[in-house]
Design a protein around this ligand. Structure first.
Ligand code: ADP
Ligand code: MG
Length: 493
């Protein structure tokens, strides 16, 4: 008889803090600099170099704790985590061990309409290691990343499916981006996740042997790796073999996890308090000041939009995932906040406009000054003054990168000017309600058998009628308006 299995997941997230300089030294942290150009005596591990704690990193770590309802401790301790590797010149990583800066928080997720609270065990501050690349000619070490400030956010083993894990990570990512401590970039590795996965029989309350999966750099990889790994563990257990606690690597191309090393234990690292750093003390007044800096968090923004604008969950999620996206939407929305308009404007901006924008050389930042004008275009389109075809012509033209008219050919046209030129070129439909009425009536009268068939239950004939009316109107009508009018006329016999 086969048993029902349950997947248990706990996540460790490493998020790079957006400080200008490293955690214990003055070197800059910008991504993509030439190898070993952003180093200082501390990150190089030069003898005698002493760490000086970056206060901004402490503020950011505390903010992350506050935003996830953790206790932010007045006193925490930096510890040395000892191991040998070429990209760790000091021979130890400065981290926090038994006295982390934040503990015991939580975060709420929603999966399939059900809400669930996921515990956050701890958040600690630590420095990143350098980066090694191994090739046929030998191995290279880049120490730009060595000493870059990270927070590690450790969840309780509260997650029960790959979907829940992804929902948790998306929410956490959005929170960190909202509070300005992380840029949320999985591809560049500034938001990284290791997934601890085990399986157990449904109903059991003891945890199974876990494997920790590394090398997950997209939400897709995280979902696929968890599903794969849980199935692998069930296969092993059901075949009667023992499960070995391991660190495993996700291989995106082969879509499977492979053993990397047997799991290390805390005592392997010989943790001890770093004698170069005094305990970190955060005064309660300082913490209160930081607490007052917390902006509206994504969940609060979603519920505000849900209540005020009646948006559906998918739209809410998409809009509130990035703070800039939500702010753009609010600016474009203005004071006309009826749910139908809000919904339509959201999909107009983030599906139609975004579709054209992404194919151009523009970014949303170029669009910002033209948000009002875009909202006007949306309203005209909704009112039937622009057909779908006119709208797409207008958008494509507005986003065409190079303005031939520009004084200096080859420089991108400012979007706002380009938009206004495109609007003038495309014009608007003069909606002549009388002419449209007449055309609809004439077409129905000219095709009595099709009209009867439509009424008799052939709704697919609507397309035929729309085509006939558009022909009658010589294309100068809005398909949505034509369709609405036809439905009305054809349903009343
Ligand atoms: P380590 O630091 O060695 O990785 P931790 O005890 O800090 O170990 O746990 C790391 C993560 O593993 C946490 O997110 C925790 O929830 C998760 N975890 C622990 N045991 C299990 C288990 N049996 N199955 C799934 N996840 C687990
Ligand atoms: Mg771990």
């Amino acid at each position: 008889m086969s048993t029902a299995w349950e997947t248990v997941i706990g996540l460790e997230v490493h998020a790079q803090l957006r400080t200008a300089t490293k955690l214990f030294g003055p070197a800059p942290t910008a991504y993509g600099a030439p190898p070993n150009s952003q180093v200082d005596p501390v990150s190089l591990g030069l003898p005698g170099a002493l760490p000086v704690l970056n206060a901004e990193a402490v503020r950011m770590a505390a903010l992350a704790g506050l935003a996830t309802r953790c206790t932010v401790h007045e006193r925490s301790v930096f510890a040395r985590k000892n191991y040998f590797y070429a990209d760790l010149p000091k021979g130890y990583q400065i981290s926090q061990f038994d006295r982390p800066i934040c503990t015991a928080g939580h975060l709420d997720i929603a999966v399939d309409g059900a809400s669930k609270r996921v515990g956050i065990t701890r958040i600690h501050l630590e420095e990143d290691a350098g980066k090694s690349s191994h090739g046929p000619g030998g191995s290279l070490v880049d120490l730009n990343r060595a000493g870059v400030p990270l927070i590690e956010i450790v969840s309780e083993p509260d997650l029960r499916s790959a979907e829940e894990a992804v929902a948790y990570l998306r929410e956490l990512r959005a929170i960190l981006v909202y509070i300005g401590v992380n840029d949320g970039n999985l591809e560049e590795g500034s938001f990284r996740c290791d997934a601890n996965v085990s399986v157990r029989q449904v109903g059991s309350d003891v945890l199974g042997t876990r494997c920790e999966i590394k090398n997950l750099n997209s939400f897709r990889a995280i979902r696929d790796a968890i599903v794969y790994e849980a199935a692998r563990q069930v296969r092993v257990v059901e075949s009667g073999q023992p499960l070995v606690q391991q660190t495993r690597l996700w291989d995106t191309d082969k879509a499977r996890t492979a053993a990397m090393r047997s799991k290390e234990e805390a005592h392997d690292y010989r943790y001890f308090p770093d004698p170069d750093l005094p305990p970190l003390v955060i005064a309660p007044e300082t913490l209160a000041t930081w607490s007052a800096q917390l902006p509206e968090l994504p969940a609060a923004r979603r519920s505000r939009y849900r209540d005020q604008l009646g948006l559906d969950e998918d739209t809410l999620w998409h809009l509130c995932e990035e703070p800039e996206r939500a702010e753009r939407f609010e600016r474009a929305l203005g004071t006309e906040t009826k749910p139908e308009r809000a919904r339509s404007l959201a999909s107009f901006l983030f599906a139609r406009v975004a579709g054209v924008l992404n194919k151009s050389d523009h970014t949303w930042a170029d669009v910002d000054a033209g948000l009002d004008a875009l909202a006007e275009v949306h309203d005209q389109w909704r009112a039937g003054k622009l057909s779908n075809k006119m709208l797409s012509t207008l958008l494509v033209q507005a986003f065409a990168t190079h303005d031939d008219e520009a004084a200096d050919p080859g420089t991108p046209a400012p979007f706002v000017a380009a938009l206004s030129t495109a609007r003038a070129a495309v014009g608007v439909l003069e909606v002549d309600a009388g002419a449209l009425d007449a055309a609809v009536d004439a077409v129905i009268a000219a095709h009595p058998s099709q009209a009867a068939a439509f009424r008799g239950g052939k709704p697919q004939l609507l397309g035929f009628f729309i085509g006939q009316v558009m022909r009658e109107m010589k294309g100068k009508a809005d398909a949505k308006a034509v369709s609405a009018l036809l439905r009305e006329r054809l349903s009343s016999s």
